[in-house]
Design a protein around this ligand. Structure first.
Ligand code: G3H
Ligand code: 13P
Ligand code: ZN
Length: 317
């Protein structure tokens, strides 16, 4: 059942984080629902602008509604990932999305405040929850490239002012993560001290961690052994998620790890079966492997096993 992101955050705050997983197609949708139901976790489905235009936004909506009917036990929110203002309004007016992210983090502070405020007003009028971002992650986002050295961490004082002035419901913070498969050129440098300072100024307020894929080294090695070239790919230590949750992180965004599963399954299968022309056996392996990855992530996030209590809290059981 599609629920409001707000309730998921209220239930999780300080105890665990909800996995927010990007999907683009039906194989990902099936694996996602299976993995979350098997591990008994509430979750957030993220749809990026690129995902909306990969086939068509209506196609993804139909896939999600079909999966909802096939997995009646599932409890999840539908979220627009990295929206610009126009896409946010489209999502808000569609009636399908539980929440939207307005990402104006590349703008100066005052412009970010103004844009976010406009989106919050439109969203709240329709009961839609808003995530905003302050600070800049490293790595490559859809519309802006920021190198690791130039990444701007979130200023805790500014975070408090930003939340008060915009009325946003959750805040994506930059504490050293970045998008994609190459997060750290040297040692991992996640600034949990900065996160603690943000939580001190915004107690009880839901924080969001973008760029949280862990880029499992075993996955990278298997991809490279099957013809890939992902040298130096490195990610976030997933054992830090529970500490991050205690420090106010209620949503952890994971996309690239799922893409690695797809690449590994397809590279290995096609290498081992050079004669293959039927794509369905690979798709089946992918769905099973993706479900396994989701269940594993939920264990690390502490969201695994929380489905019965969430369903009770929402009055579903
Ligand atoms: O942060 C971005 C997400 O990984 C979505 O990626 O814009 O290529 O769909 P995408
Ligand atoms: P990763 O690239 O680390 O999976 O981050 C995904 C993300 O932040 C989506 O918004
Ligand atoms: Zn992101």
């Amino acid at each position: 059942m599609i629920v409001t992101t707000k309730k998921l955050f209220e239930a999780a705050y300080g105890k665990y984080a909800i996995g927010a997983y990007n999907i683009n197609n039906l194989e990902q949708a099936m694996g996602l629902f299976r993995g979350n139901v098997e591990s008994q976790a509430p979750f957030i489905i993220q749809i990026s602008k690129g995902a909306r235009s990969y086939t068509h936004k209506s196609m993804l909506e139909a896939i999600i509604r079909a999966a909802d009917a096939l997995f009646p036990e599932a409890v999840f929110a539908v979220h627009l990932d990295h929206g610009d203002e126009e896409t946010c309004y489209d999502a808000i007016n569609s009636g399908f999305y539980s929440s939207v992210m307005i990402d104006a983090s590349h703008e100066d502070f005052e412009t970010n405040v103004a844009i976010t405020r406009r989106v919050v007003e439109a969203a709240h009028a329709k009961g839609v929850v808003v995530e905003a971002e302050l600070g800049q992650l490293g790595g490559v986002e859809e519309h802006v490239a920021v190198d690791e050295a130039g990444a701007k961490l979130t200023d805790p004082d500014k975070a408090k002012e930003f939340v008060e002035r915009t009325g946003c419901d959750s805040l994506a913070v930059a504490i050293g993560t970045s998008h994609g498969a190459y997060k750290f050129s040297g040692a991992q440098t996640l600034r949990l001290d900065v996160l603690a300072e943000i939580q001190k100024r915004l107690p009880g307020f839901p924080l969001v961690l973008h760029g949280a894929s862990s880029i499992p080294q075993e996955e990278v090695e298997r991809i490279n052994a099957a013809g890939g070239n992902l040298k130096g790919a490195k990610g976030v230590d997933e054992n830090l998620f529970k500490r991050a949750a205690e420090l106010g992180v209620t949503k952890v965004n994971i996309d690239t790890d799922g893409r690695l599963v797809w690449v590994r399954v397809h590279r290995e299968y096609l290498k081992e079966h050079p004669e293959v022309v039927d794509f369905r056996p690979i798709g089946k392996i992918f769905m099973a492997e993706y479900a396994k990855m989701i269940a594993h992530k939920n264990e690390k996030l502490g969201s695994a096993g929380r489905l019965p209590e969430i369903r009770k809290l929402l009055g579903l059981d």
